[in-house]
Design a protein around this ligand. Structure first.
Ligand SMILES: [Fe+2]
Length: 183
């Protein structure tokens, strides 16, 4: 079912901007309607932006964590950002397989993500603040994944459903593991 509607996203500042993924070719016929492919690509672009922002935040905290939990959190964050980094490629390449260009710049990711960016080296939280932010970040990634998974499922896009289901399992597990540190 063609929808051809333009999805909206909220920037970290709350400003809503239209998403308009760029089709890389019009000659594509994989059995998914062009409008559905566009809507799924829009959702996957927002998901990629969330996943990239969370990846960077996790790597940032791997570098900057301090305190009595240093050894375990330094290692835990590394395990998570390494796994997340590899998954980014799968998400971007799924957008390409649907016939659209994948966002790949910090400007696009900031515009598309639902996760607030860190201030960087000047605003490093303590270890508990880091863990709280990563719980929230993983939960945000899950919410975005669920929204696009529904779109992909309704369009019969099984590869996107499969990819998003796997990412949901991983990010829900990360959220649980991180949440457990605070209990
Ligand atoms: Fe390292």
């Amino acid at each position: 079912m063609a929808k051809n509607k333009t999805a909206k996203s909220k920037t970290p500042s709350g400003k809503t901007q239209a998403l308009n993924p760029v089709a890389s070719t019009s000659r594509i016929d994989i059995g998914i309607d062009a409008g559905d492919r566009r809507e799924i690509a829009e959702g996957l672009s927002r998901f990629l932006a969330d996943a990239y922002t969370l990846y960077l935040k996790t790597h940032n905290f791997h570098w900057n964590v301090t305190g009595p939990m240093f050894n375990s959190l330094h290692a835990m964050f590394m395990d998570q950002y390494t796994e997340q980094w590899n998954a980014l490629d799968e998400i971007a390449e799924r957008i390409r397989a649907l016939g659209f260009n994948a966002p790949g710049s910090y400007g696009e990711f900031v515009r598309l993500t639902s996760i607030r960016e860190e201030s960087g080296a000047d605003g490093v939280p303590d270890w508990k603040g880091m863990v709280q932010q990563l719980v929230s970040g993983n939960e945000a990634v899950c919410r975005t994944a669920r929204a696009v998974l529904k779109t992909a499922d309704e369009a019969g896009d099984d590869p996107s459903v499969d990819l998003l289901t796997q990412r949901l399992q991983t990010h829900e597990k990360y959220a649980w593991m991180l949440r457990s540190l605070l209990e």
